[in-house]
Ligand binder design. Structure first.
Ligand code: PMT
Length: 403
Protein backbone atom coordinates (compact mmCIF):
# COMPACT_ATOMS: atom_id res chain seq x y z
CA UNK A 1 0.00 0.00 0.00
CA UNK A 2 1.41 3.42 -0.95
CA UNK A 3 1.96 5.73 2.02
CA UNK A 4 1.80 9.50 1.96
CA UNK A 5 4.56 11.53 3.57
CA UNK A 6 4.65 15.30 3.86
CA UNK A 7 8.20 16.62 3.96
CA UNK A 8 8.67 20.01 5.62
CA UNK A 9 11.90 21.86 4.87
CA UNK A 10 13.19 24.62 7.17
CA UNK A 11 15.83 27.21 6.34
CA UNK A 12 19.27 25.74 6.93
CA UNK A 13 22.25 24.65 4.85
CA UNK A 14 21.12 21.04 5.31
CA UNK A 15 18.08 21.84 3.11
CA UNK A 16 20.13 20.69 0.12
CA UNK A 17 20.09 17.15 1.59
CA UNK A 18 16.28 17.21 1.57
CA UNK A 19 16.22 17.02 -2.24
CA UNK A 20 18.01 13.66 -2.03
CA UNK A 21 15.59 12.68 0.76
CA UNK A 22 12.60 13.14 -1.60
CA UNK A 23 14.17 10.69 -4.06
CA UNK A 24 14.96 8.12 -1.34
CA UNK A 25 11.46 8.39 0.14
CA UNK A 26 9.94 7.74 -3.30
CA UNK A 27 12.22 4.74 -3.70
CA UNK A 28 10.77 3.44 -0.41
CA UNK A 29 7.29 3.62 -1.99
CA UNK A 30 6.13 6.91 -0.41
CA UNK A 31 4.03 9.48 -2.23
CA UNK A 32 5.85 12.70 -1.27
CA UNK A 33 4.60 16.26 -1.05
CA UNK A 34 6.80 19.11 0.14
CA UNK A 35 6.20 22.29 2.14
CA UNK A 36 8.90 24.87 2.81
CA UNK A 37 9.47 27.86 5.04
CA UNK A 38 10.35 31.17 3.38
CA UNK A 39 13.93 30.80 4.67
CA UNK A 40 14.22 27.29 3.19
CA UNK A 41 13.20 28.66 -0.21
CA UNK A 42 16.28 30.93 -0.06
CA UNK A 43 18.56 27.90 0.30
CA UNK A 44 16.92 25.61 -2.30
CA UNK A 45 14.30 26.71 -4.82
CA UNK A 46 10.77 25.27 -4.51
CA UNK A 47 11.02 24.32 -8.20
CA UNK A 48 13.63 21.68 -7.32
CA UNK A 49 11.20 20.02 -4.90
CA UNK A 50 8.28 20.43 -7.30
CA UNK A 51 10.22 18.69 -10.07
CA UNK A 52 11.34 15.87 -7.75
CA UNK A 53 7.99 15.28 -6.02
CA UNK A 54 5.78 15.91 -9.03
CA UNK A 55 3.51 18.13 -6.89
CA UNK A 56 3.30 21.88 -6.26
CA UNK A 57 5.26 22.92 -3.18
CA UNK A 58 3.40 24.67 -0.34
CA UNK A 59 5.36 27.72 0.78
CA UNK A 60 2.77 30.19 1.97
CA UNK A 61 0.00 30.04 4.54
CA UNK A 62 -1.82 33.13 3.39
CA UNK A 63 -1.64 32.66 -0.35
CA UNK A 64 -5.15 32.44 -1.87
CA UNK A 65 -3.90 30.36 -4.83
CA UNK A 66 -2.15 27.82 -2.64
CA UNK A 67 -5.04 27.65 -0.18
CA UNK A 68 -7.51 26.99 -3.00
CA UNK A 69 -5.23 24.29 -4.48
CA UNK A 70 -4.73 22.51 -1.13
CA UNK A 71 -5.42 24.51 2.02
CA UNK A 72 -3.33 23.92 5.13
CA UNK A 73 -6.07 21.85 6.80
CA UNK A 74 -6.42 19.58 3.77
CA UNK A 75 -2.65 19.38 3.56
CA UNK A 76 -2.55 18.34 7.25
CA UNK A 77 -5.08 15.56 6.52
CA UNK A 78 -3.28 14.20 3.47
CA UNK A 79 -0.19 12.44 4.91
CA UNK A 80 0.23 9.27 6.98
CA UNK A 81 3.16 11.00 8.61
CA UNK A 82 5.02 14.29 8.56
CA UNK A 83 8.80 14.61 8.42
CA UNK A 84 10.47 17.96 9.01
CA UNK A 85 14.05 17.83 7.69
CA UNK A 86 15.97 19.92 8.43
CA UNK A 87 14.22 21.19 11.57
CA UNK A 88 15.87 24.34 12.89
CA UNK A 89 16.07 25.45 16.54
CA UNK A 90 13.63 28.24 15.68
CA UNK A 91 11.11 25.81 14.18
CA UNK A 92 11.34 23.49 17.22
CA UNK A 93 10.64 26.49 19.48
CA UNK A 94 7.65 27.53 17.37
CA UNK A 95 5.89 24.18 17.42
CA UNK A 96 6.76 23.60 21.08
CA UNK A 97 4.76 26.78 21.75
CA UNK A 98 1.89 25.91 19.42
CA UNK A 99 2.52 28.77 16.99
CA UNK A 100 0.89 28.54 13.58
CA UNK A 101 2.20 31.54 11.69
CA UNK A 102 3.54 29.80 8.60
CA UNK A 103 2.59 26.79 6.51
CA UNK A 104 4.86 24.28 8.34
CA UNK A 105 3.82 25.20 11.87
CA UNK A 106 0.10 25.51 10.95
CA UNK A 107 0.10 22.07 9.29
CA UNK A 108 1.91 20.50 12.28
CA UNK A 109 -0.64 22.02 14.65
CA UNK A 110 -3.57 20.76 12.57
CA UNK A 111 -2.17 17.28 11.89
CA UNK A 112 -3.28 14.10 13.66
CA UNK A 113 -0.52 11.88 12.31
CA UNK A 114 2.95 11.05 13.65
CA UNK A 115 5.42 13.91 13.27
CA UNK A 116 9.20 13.37 13.08
CA UNK A 117 11.86 16.04 13.14
CA UNK A 118 15.43 15.76 11.89
CA UNK A 119 17.11 18.66 13.74
CA UNK A 120 20.01 20.54 12.17
CA UNK A 121 21.81 23.34 13.96
CA UNK A 122 25.05 24.53 15.51
CA UNK A 123 26.13 22.51 18.59
CA UNK A 124 25.73 25.42 21.01
CA UNK A 125 22.22 26.05 19.72
CA UNK A 126 21.33 22.34 20.10
CA UNK A 127 22.74 22.15 23.64
CA UNK A 128 21.21 25.44 24.72
CA UNK A 129 18.77 24.79 27.62
CA UNK A 130 16.00 26.52 25.65
CA UNK A 131 16.33 24.05 22.75
CA UNK A 132 16.67 21.10 25.13
CA UNK A 133 13.54 22.14 26.99
CA UNK A 134 11.67 22.50 23.66
CA UNK A 135 12.92 19.03 22.70
CA UNK A 136 11.48 17.62 25.93
CA UNK A 137 8.14 19.32 25.35
CA UNK A 138 7.97 17.96 21.80
CA UNK A 139 8.93 14.43 22.84
CA UNK A 140 6.40 14.46 25.67
CA UNK A 141 3.75 15.18 23.03
CA UNK A 142 4.81 12.19 20.95
CA UNK A 143 6.87 14.06 18.35
CA UNK A 144 9.95 11.96 17.58
CA UNK A 145 13.36 13.38 16.87
CA UNK A 146 15.61 11.60 14.37
CA UNK A 147 19.07 12.75 15.38
CA UNK A 148 20.83 15.10 15.32
CA UNK A 149 24.09 13.34 14.53
CA UNK A 150 27.67 14.21 15.41
CA UNK A 151 30.18 15.54 12.94
CA UNK A 152 31.40 18.54 11.02
CA UNK A 153 28.91 21.37 10.87
CA UNK A 154 28.44 24.03 8.20
CA UNK A 155 29.64 26.68 10.69
CA UNK A 156 33.07 25.04 10.77
CA UNK A 157 32.68 23.57 14.25
CA UNK A 158 32.42 19.88 14.95
CA UNK A 159 29.96 18.32 17.39
CA UNK A 160 26.33 17.37 17.90
CA UNK A 161 23.80 19.13 15.67
CA UNK A 162 24.37 17.73 12.19
CA UNK A 163 21.25 16.62 10.31
CA UNK A 164 21.34 12.86 9.77
CA UNK A 165 22.20 11.85 6.23
CA UNK A 166 19.16 11.04 4.06
CA UNK A 167 19.87 7.28 4.13
CA UNK A 168 20.12 7.36 7.97
CA UNK A 169 16.76 9.15 8.11
CA UNK A 170 15.24 6.50 5.82
CA UNK A 171 16.58 3.73 8.11
CA UNK A 172 14.91 5.39 11.12
CA UNK A 173 11.64 5.80 9.21
CA UNK A 174 11.62 2.18 8.09
CA UNK A 175 11.18 1.18 11.73
CA UNK A 176 7.91 3.10 11.73
CA UNK A 177 6.41 1.50 8.63
CA UNK A 178 6.67 -2.19 9.23
CA UNK A 179 4.19 -4.62 7.78
CA UNK A 180 2.45 -7.36 9.74
CA UNK A 181 -0.95 -8.81 10.58
CA UNK A 182 -2.02 -5.59 12.34
CA UNK A 183 -0.93 -3.30 9.49
CA UNK A 184 -3.53 -0.56 9.04
CA UNK A 185 -4.75 -0.92 12.66
CA UNK A 186 -4.01 1.55 15.40
CA UNK A 187 -3.42 0.60 19.01
CA UNK A 188 -3.53 2.70 22.15
CA UNK A 189 -1.55 1.27 25.07
CA UNK A 190 -1.25 2.49 28.65
CA UNK A 191 1.82 1.59 30.72
CA UNK A 192 3.67 2.31 33.93
CA UNK A 193 2.40 3.64 37.23
CA UNK A 194 0.59 6.87 37.97
CA UNK A 195 1.69 9.33 40.65
CA UNK A 196 -0.96 10.96 42.79
CA UNK A 197 0.45 14.07 44.50
CA UNK A 198 0.12 14.70 48.22
CA UNK A 199 2.05 17.95 48.02
CA UNK A 200 4.67 19.36 45.59
CA UNK A 201 7.30 16.83 46.71
CA UNK A 202 5.40 13.67 47.68
CA UNK A 203 3.09 11.30 45.88
CA UNK A 204 1.31 7.93 46.14
CA UNK A 205 2.38 5.43 43.48
CA UNK A 206 3.16 1.75 42.91
CA UNK A 207 5.96 -0.52 41.72
CA UNK A 208 5.13 -0.65 38.00
CA UNK A 209 8.31 -0.20 35.93
CA UNK A 210 6.52 0.05 32.58
CA UNK A 211 8.48 -2.95 31.23
CA UNK A 212 5.39 -5.02 30.39
CA UNK A 213 3.49 -2.15 28.74
CA UNK A 214 6.50 -0.88 26.75
CA UNK A 215 7.20 -4.45 25.54
CA UNK A 216 3.56 -4.68 24.43
CA UNK A 217 3.75 -1.39 22.57
CA UNK A 218 6.86 -2.68 20.75
CA UNK A 219 5.25 -6.03 19.97
CA UNK A 220 2.13 -4.34 18.57
CA UNK A 221 4.38 -2.10 16.48
CA UNK A 222 6.27 -5.14 15.18
CA UNK A 223 2.91 -6.69 14.25
CA UNK A 224 2.32 -3.67 11.98
CA UNK A 225 -0.01 -1.55 14.15
CA UNK A 226 0.55 2.17 14.53
CA UNK A 227 0.93 2.55 18.27
CA UNK A 228 0.36 5.36 20.73
CA UNK A 229 1.69 4.72 24.21
CA UNK A 230 0.34 6.74 27.13
CA UNK A 231 2.87 6.25 29.88
CA UNK A 232 3.17 7.15 33.52
CA UNK A 233 6.63 8.09 34.86
CA UNK A 234 9.14 5.32 34.09
CA UNK A 235 12.86 5.15 33.35
CA UNK A 236 12.48 3.55 29.91
CA UNK A 237 13.28 5.16 26.52
CA UNK A 238 10.48 5.63 23.99
CA UNK A 239 10.07 2.40 21.99
CA UNK A 240 11.14 2.89 18.34
CA UNK A 241 8.32 3.83 15.98
CA UNK A 242 5.84 4.39 18.81
CA UNK A 243 4.19 7.71 19.61
CA UNK A 244 4.79 8.35 23.30
CA UNK A 245 2.60 10.59 25.45
CA UNK A 246 3.97 11.05 28.96
CA UNK A 247 1.60 11.71 31.85
CA UNK A 248 1.88 11.66 35.60
CA UNK A 249 -1.50 11.24 37.29
CA UNK A 250 -4.49 8.98 36.67
CA UNK A 251 -6.58 11.99 35.67
CA UNK A 252 -3.96 13.04 33.11
CA UNK A 253 -3.80 9.47 31.80
CA UNK A 254 -7.57 9.36 31.46
CA UNK A 255 -7.62 12.72 29.65
CA UNK A 256 -4.83 11.66 27.26
CA UNK A 257 -6.58 8.37 26.47
CA UNK A 258 -10.02 9.92 25.94
CA UNK A 259 -8.58 12.80 23.87
CA UNK A 260 -6.79 10.35 21.60
CA UNK A 261 -9.92 8.19 21.22
CA UNK A 262 -12.10 11.19 20.39
CA UNK A 263 -9.55 12.40 17.78
CA UNK A 264 -9.22 9.03 16.07
CA UNK A 265 -10.72 5.92 17.72
CA UNK A 266 -8.08 3.16 17.71
CA UNK A 267 -8.90 -0.43 16.77
CA UNK A 268 -7.25 -1.74 19.94
CA UNK A 269 -6.94 -0.51 23.50
CA UNK A 270 -4.50 -2.32 25.79
CA UNK A 271 -4.62 -1.15 29.41
CA UNK A 272 -1.39 -2.32 31.03
CA UNK A 273 -0.86 0.70 33.28
CA UNK A 274 -1.07 0.28 37.03
CA UNK A 275 -3.42 3.22 37.50
CA UNK A 276 -3.94 4.42 41.07
CA UNK A 277 -7.51 3.63 42.10
CA UNK A 278 -7.45 6.53 44.59
CA UNK A 279 -5.83 9.96 44.84
CA UNK A 280 -5.45 12.29 47.82
CA UNK A 281 -8.62 14.32 48.13
CA UNK A 282 -6.57 17.52 48.44
CA UNK A 283 -2.99 17.99 47.20
CA UNK A 284 -1.35 20.59 49.46
CA UNK A 285 0.14 23.56 47.62
CA UNK A 286 3.19 23.66 49.95
CA UNK A 287 5.23 20.86 51.55
CA UNK A 288 3.17 19.22 54.33
CA UNK A 289 4.88 19.93 57.69
CA UNK A 290 5.65 17.25 60.25
CA UNK A 291 3.81 17.54 63.62
CA UNK A 292 3.68 15.29 66.71
CA UNK A 293 0.20 14.04 65.82
CA UNK A 294 -0.59 11.07 63.55
CA UNK A 295 -1.87 11.93 60.13
CA UNK A 296 -4.93 10.57 58.31
CA UNK A 297 -5.10 10.85 54.54
CA UNK A 298 -8.43 11.22 52.86
CA UNK A 299 -8.51 9.59 49.42
CA UNK A 300 -11.00 9.93 46.61
CA UNK A 301 -11.70 7.49 43.74
CA UNK A 302 -9.99 7.96 40.40
CA UNK A 303 -11.97 7.26 37.23
CA UNK A 304 -11.52 3.73 35.87
CA UNK A 305 -10.06 4.36 32.43
CA UNK A 306 -10.50 0.82 31.12
CA UNK A 307 -14.16 0.60 32.21
CA UNK A 308 -14.83 3.98 30.61
CA UNK A 309 -13.24 2.95 27.28
CA UNK A 310 -14.96 -0.46 27.26
CA UNK A 311 -18.34 1.28 27.76
CA UNK A 312 -17.95 3.54 24.70
CA UNK A 313 -20.63 3.12 22.01
CA UNK A 314 -19.93 0.98 18.93
CA UNK A 315 -18.02 3.04 16.39
CA UNK A 316 -15.71 4.55 18.95
CA UNK A 317 -15.23 1.50 21.20
CA UNK A 318 -11.93 -0.27 20.48
CA UNK A 319 -11.28 -3.96 21.09
CA UNK A 320 -10.34 -3.81 24.79
CA UNK A 321 -7.57 -5.76 26.48
CA UNK A 322 -7.30 -5.35 30.24
CA UNK A 323 -4.87 -6.60 32.85
CA UNK A 324 -5.53 -7.81 36.38
CA UNK A 325 -2.77 -7.62 38.96
CA UNK A 326 -3.64 -9.93 41.86
CA UNK A 327 -1.72 -11.38 44.80
CA UNK A 328 -3.85 -14.61 44.86
CA UNK A 329 -6.48 -16.64 43.01
CA UNK A 330 -5.77 -14.90 39.69
CA UNK A 331 -8.18 -16.95 37.57
CA UNK A 332 -11.27 -16.23 39.73
CA UNK A 333 -10.42 -12.59 40.42
CA UNK A 334 -9.33 -12.05 36.80
CA UNK A 335 -12.63 -13.48 35.54
CA UNK A 336 -14.53 -11.13 37.88
CA UNK A 337 -12.55 -8.17 36.51
CA UNK A 338 -13.13 -9.25 32.90
CA UNK A 339 -16.91 -9.28 33.42
CA UNK A 340 -17.08 -6.23 35.64
CA UNK A 341 -14.95 -4.04 33.31
CA UNK A 342 -16.58 -5.44 30.15
CA UNK A 343 -13.32 -6.19 28.32
CA UNK A 344 -12.80 -8.53 25.36
CA UNK A 345 -9.62 -10.15 26.66
CA UNK A 346 -8.13 -10.05 30.14
CA UNK A 347 -4.53 -10.88 31.06
CA UNK A 348 -4.20 -11.75 34.75
CA UNK A 349 -0.83 -11.84 36.49
CA UNK A 350 0.38 -12.66 39.96
CA UNK A 351 2.07 -9.72 41.65
CA UNK A 352 3.91 -9.27 44.93
CA UNK A 353 5.72 -12.62 44.69
CA UNK A 354 9.43 -13.38 44.21
CA UNK A 355 9.14 -13.67 40.40
CA UNK A 356 7.04 -12.02 37.68
CA UNK A 357 4.58 -9.13 37.98
CA UNK A 358 5.91 -5.69 38.89
CA UNK A 359 9.51 -4.63 38.07
CA UNK A 360 10.81 -8.12 37.19
CA UNK A 361 12.08 -8.79 33.64
CA UNK A 362 9.94 -11.95 33.50
CA UNK A 363 6.22 -12.52 33.84
CA UNK A 364 3.48 -15.11 33.27
CA UNK A 365 -0.14 -14.47 32.25
CA UNK A 366 -3.49 -16.22 32.46
CA UNK A 367 -5.61 -15.10 29.50
CA UNK A 368 -9.39 -15.02 29.89
CA UNK A 369 -12.05 -14.23 27.29
CA UNK A 370 -15.80 -14.89 27.03
CA UNK A 371 -15.54 -18.51 25.95
CA UNK A 372 -11.99 -19.55 26.62
CA UNK A 373 -8.78 -19.24 28.56
CA UNK A 374 -5.06 -19.91 28.04
CA UNK A 375 -1.83 -19.86 30.01
CA UNK A 376 1.36 -18.09 28.96
CA UNK A 377 4.15 -19.44 31.21
CA UNK A 378 6.94 -17.46 32.90
CA UNK A 379 9.24 -15.90 30.28
CA UNK A 380 10.98 -12.57 29.51
CA UNK A 381 8.43 -9.75 29.19
CA UNK A 382 9.42 -9.06 25.57
CA UNK A 383 8.69 -12.67 24.55
CA UNK A 384 5.53 -12.68 26.63
CA UNK A 385 4.37 -9.49 24.91
CA UNK A 386 4.90 -11.06 21.47
CA UNK A 387 2.90 -14.14 22.55
CA UNK A 388 0.11 -11.97 23.98
CA UNK A 389 -0.04 -9.90 20.77
CA UNK A 390 -0.56 -13.14 18.77
CA UNK A 391 -3.54 -13.87 21.03
CA UNK A 392 -4.81 -10.34 20.69
CA UNK A 393 -4.65 -10.63 16.87
CA UNK A 394 -6.59 -13.90 16.96
CA UNK A 395 -9.32 -12.56 19.27
CA UNK A 396 -9.44 -9.18 17.50
CA UNK A 397 -9.97 -10.71 14.05
CA UNK A 398 -12.48 -13.24 15.48
CA UNK A 399 -14.52 -10.29 16.85
CA UNK A 400 -13.94 -8.04 13.78
CA UNK A 401 -13.98 -10.41 10.80
CA UNK A 402 -14.15 -7.53 8.28
CA UNK A 403 -11.01 -5.75 9.64
O1 PMT B 1 5.17 -2.31 34.67
P1 PMT B 1 5.81 -3.62 35.10
O2 PMT B 1 6.79 -3.43 36.23
O3 PMT B 1 6.39 -4.37 33.93
O4 PMT B 1 4.65 -4.55 35.70
C1 PMT B 1 3.64 -5.03 34.86
C2 PMT B 1 2.26 -4.96 35.57
C3 PMT B 1 2.24 -5.92 36.73
C4 PMT B 1 1.98 -3.53 36.06
C5 PMT B 1 1.19 -5.35 34.47
O5 PMT B 1 1.44 -6.63 34.02
C6 PMT B 1 -0.23 -5.24 35.04
O6 PMT B 1 -0.73 -6.14 35.69
N1 PMT B 1 -0.90 -4.10 34.79
C7 PMT B 1 -2.19 -3.76 35.39
C8 PMT B 1 -1.99 -3.32 36.81
C9 PMT B 1 -3.28 -2.93 37.51
O7 PMT B 1 -3.44 -1.81 37.86
O8 PMT B 1 -4.18 -3.88 37.60
P2 PMT B 1 -5.65 -3.72 38.31
O9 PMT B 1 -6.06 -5.13 38.55
O10 PMT B 1 -5.57 -2.81 39.47
O11 PMT B 1 -6.47 -3.01 37.18
C10 PMT B 1 -7.28 -3.75 36.24
C11 PMT B 1 -7.25 -3.09 34.88
O12 PMT B 1 -7.93 -1.82 34.94
C12 PMT B 1 -5.89 -2.78 34.31
O13 PMT B 1 -5.95 -3.05 32.92
C13 PMT B 1 -5.68 -1.31 34.59
O14 PMT B 1 -4.84 -0.69 33.60
C14 PMT B 1 -7.10 -0.78 34.49
N2 PMT B 1 -7.38 0.39 35.34
C15 PMT B 1 -7.31 0.29 36.70
C16 PMT B 1 -7.64 1.38 37.48
C17 PMT B 1 -8.02 2.57 36.86
N3 PMT B 1 -8.33 3.64 37.58
N4 PMT B 1 -8.07 2.67 35.53
C18 PMT B 1 -7.74 1.59 34.76
O15 PMT B 1 -7.78 1.67 33.53
Amino acid sequence: MKKNILLGVCGGVAAYKSAELVRLLQREGFEVRVMMTAAAARFVGPLTFQALSGHPVATNLLDADQESAMGHIRLARWPDQILIAPATAHFMARIAHGLADDILSAVCLAARVPIRLAPAMNTAMWLNPATQSNRQVLESRGIRLLGPGQGELACGESGEGRMLDPDEIIDRLRETFQTGPLQGQSALVTAGPTREPLDPVRFISNRSSGKMGYALAEALRSAGASVTLVSGPVALPAPPGVELIRVETALQMRDAVMARISQAPPGLFVACAAVADYRPEHAASGKIKKTDANMTLSLTRNPDILTEVAALPPGSRPFCVGFAAETEDIRRLGEEKRRCKGVDLLAANLVGGPQGGFEDNNNALTLLWADGQAELPMMPKRELAAALVSFIEERFFACNPSS
